[in-house]
Write a protein that binds this ligand. Structure first.
Ligand code: AMP
Ligand code: MG
Length: 334
């Protein structure tokens, strides 16, 4: 017999040889601790890039689970996009001023959730901002300041209290109203995609909708949680805070996402539904809570409520953390 280095070992004393062989067998008999495989995929949806990272014992089931999770995200995008003329939301927006429009249970549930967030955030979250988004040019992605008349008209076509939900239908009390799920849809898609991964038995994953809504399932192997950064709203190359996330979600709303500048003023894509004007002076709001639907909706609402209104919300709602960045700097409100 010849060893790995080409030496004849049969000439060794037999018991030493046997012990050596037994040692090798013993080592081979102990199953090597399986190194988890990491699989990552990025795809475009909802006007941004979604990235999913998963860990598990084998690559092929991970790939299948991630593919099913993306199918779920794309399904929601197809149904709820305001950019697709045949989406469920577009059908509602075209018809609900004239008559009650039937919707499926999923959209009905989402609209109920939206109205609940409106009630709980003093109207800061408002799914009817569609006419404001259009009047200020954000729908066509070319920001513009509307005339006073246009701005007032758009404001008159909004208002969550003008949405009527009746069992299975939705109707608008005011003509020209339009729903826009831009502040909650990505978070909901992340939650639904996470449910698909959990169903497939995945215990370690990160789902990221363009850095604006992130959900962590478990932690990466051997770690306490997923280490995430909150970026500096004034400088995309810098971070202002580090967060360790495990079985929770982090969403950030930022004035840097979509904005335009006129005469030194920054007009961003988040509107105060009570005035109809873009919120000024807030740079970003980050929220940590259990679901991405909640953190997505609340990060937008807190952007509108500013520090004072956010503190009021927090008093009534435990278990939520908020990181707030304004012109004067950034701080945890809780
Ligand atoms: P987010 O980045 O999640 O804060 O969502 C911002 C998007 O939500 C905007 O681009 C609009 O489409 C929509 N939006 C703007 N203001 C509001 C608001 N006050 N309530 C709900 N949705 C809003
Ligand atoms: Mg949001």
């Amino acid at each position: 017999m010849i060893d790995a280095e080409g030496r004849h070992i049969a000439s060794q004393a037999p018991d030493t040889f046997l012990k050596a062989v037994a040692g090798v067998l013993l080592v081979l008999a102990v199953p090597a601790a399986a190194q988890p495989v990491r699989y990552q995929e990025t795809r475009a949806a909802m006007g941004t890039q979604f990235t999913i990272v998963v860990y598990g014992p084998d690559e092929s089931p991970l790939q299948a689970a991630v593919s099913a999770a993306f199918d779920e995200i794309l399904r929601i995008d197809r149904h709820w996009s305001t950019y697709l003329p045949d989406s469920d939301i577009s059908v509602v927006n075209r018809g609900a001023s004239q008559r009650p429009v039937p919707v499926d249970a999923e959209l009905f549930g989402m609209l109920r959730t939206c109205l609940r967030f409106s009630r709980e955030t003093e109207g800061a979250f408002d799914v009817t901002v569609g006419p404001l988004v259009a009047a200020w040019g954000f729908f066509k992605r070319e920001g513009r300041i509307p005339s006073k008349k246009e701005a007032a008209r758009a404001l008159a076509q909004t208002g969550w209290r003008n949405v009527r939900l009746d069992g299975t239908t939705v109707s608008f009390a005011v003509p020209g109203m339009r729903l826009d799920l831009g502040a909650i849809g990505k978070g909901y898609a992340v939650d639904k995609a996470a449910a698909v991964l959990r169903q497939a038995g995945i215990q370690s994953a990160l789902l990221d909708a363009g850095n604006s809504s992130i959900l962590a399932i478990g932690a990466p192997p051997g770690q306490q949680g997923w280490t995430l950064m909150i970026r500096d709203p004034k400088d995309p190359k810098k971070n202002v805070e580090q967060v360790l996330l495990k079985d929770a979600s982090l969403s950030t709303s930022g004035n840097y996402e979509k904005f335009f500048r006129v005469k030194g003023r920054t007009y961003s894509h988040i509107f105060d539904p009570r005035t109809g004007y873009p919120v000024e002076g807030v740079l970003s709001t980050s929220v940590i809570a259990l679901t991405a639907t909640e953190t997505d909706a609340l990060s937008t609402a807190f952007f509108v409520l500013r520090q004072e209104g956010t503190r009021r919300y927090l008093q009534a709602h435990p278990g939520i953390r908020v990181f707030f960045c304004g012109n004067e700097g950034c701080a945890w409100l809780r």
